[in-house]
Design a protein around this ligand. Structure first.
Ligand SMILES: NC(=O)c1ccc[n+]([C@@H]2O[C@H](COP(=O)([O-])OP(=O)(O)OC[C@H]3O[C@@H](n4cnc5c(N)ncnc54)[C@H](OP(=O)(O)O)[C@@H]3O)[C@@H](O)[C@H]2O)c1
Length: 219
């Protein structure tokens, strides 16, 4: 598989990148981000891009891919709905529409979160915005699209969150998270499990378009 990866510098994206580089079924990875990953690997190529609403300058380089793992995303904490919608909905749909046009055989995988509101009508702002993003991604003409809804994600293998308070929580509670991952897969997964599940679902599919934490851990 040839994989395009957005958000490779983030906590989830670093995990997906690690597993893609390790997995023999992934032939190469194109990381598209606003900053470089700092990694070197024979399978990895990177594009540093600055306008995530407009891909015309790099369009020709985005063709010929089998899968996209879209791990670019932000926390809504302290953000207005307008700003969160721009960073979540507008950026994701702009990238996905470009990729769907160029790669109709592509499998598109998006990371949302547990509690995402598919009705788009609920009271929780982030959940509504993620719900609308999921719903509109599922309407695009990809071969298939899958929505990953992890709850907690434990970073493994030295991976760090870009968000300071998230990283602090994960460091402070690491032993508890390891235990939770074992006894409560409904609430906890790891960067390794998310990465492996994305590769497997991109390659083999899944019976449903939405995967909750337990599904991610079982795949
Ligand atoms: N972490 C968790 O426990 C968790 C749990 C459930 C769901 N999720 C979801 O997973 C997704 C990724 O989370 P994460 O923890 O990996 O976040 P993160 O560590 O904060 O990383 C965010 C990624 O998005 C990129 N990004 C952010 N704003 C951008 C912008 N304006 N333009 C271009 N790139 C931008 C960052 O690039 P730079 O490196 O250039 O900043 C980075 O690659 C989010 O949608 C989040 O809701 C996370």
């Amino acid at each position: 598989m040839k994989v395009v990866l957005f958000g490779a510098t983030g906590m989830v994206g670093q995990g997906v990148l690690r597993e893609c580089l390790l997995d023999p079924s992934v032939e190469n990875v194109l990381a598209v981000g606003r900053s470089p990953t700092g990694k070197r690997h024979a399978k990895l190529r990177e594009i540093v891009h600055d306008n995530f609403l407009d891909y015309s300058a790099i369009r020709s380089q985005l063709a010929g891919y089998d899968a996209c793992c879209f791990c670019l995303g932000v926390s809504s904490v302290g953000m207005s709905e307008q700003r969160y919608r721009h960073l979540t909905y507008d950026i994701t749909l702009a990238a996905a529409k470009t990729l769907a046009t160029l790669n109709p055989q592509m499998v598109f995988i998006y990371v949302t979160g547990a509690g995402t509101d598919s009705t788009e009508q609920g009271r929780v702002m982030w959940a509504r915005v993620k719900g609308k993003t999921e719903n509109d991604l599922l309407k695009l003409p990809f071969k298939a699209a899958y929505m990953f809804r992890p709850a907690g994600i434990q970073p493994l293998h030295g991976i760090r969150s870009k968000t300071g308070w998230v990283q602090a929580i994960y460091v402070g509670t690491a032993p508890l998270l390891t235990l939770l991952n074992r006894v409560a897969p409904k609430y906890m997964t790891t960067t390794e499990q998310v990465g492996r599940a994305m590769i497997k679902v991109a390659r083999d599919g899944f019976p449903r378009p939405v995967l909750e934490s337990e599904d991610i851990n079982r795949v």
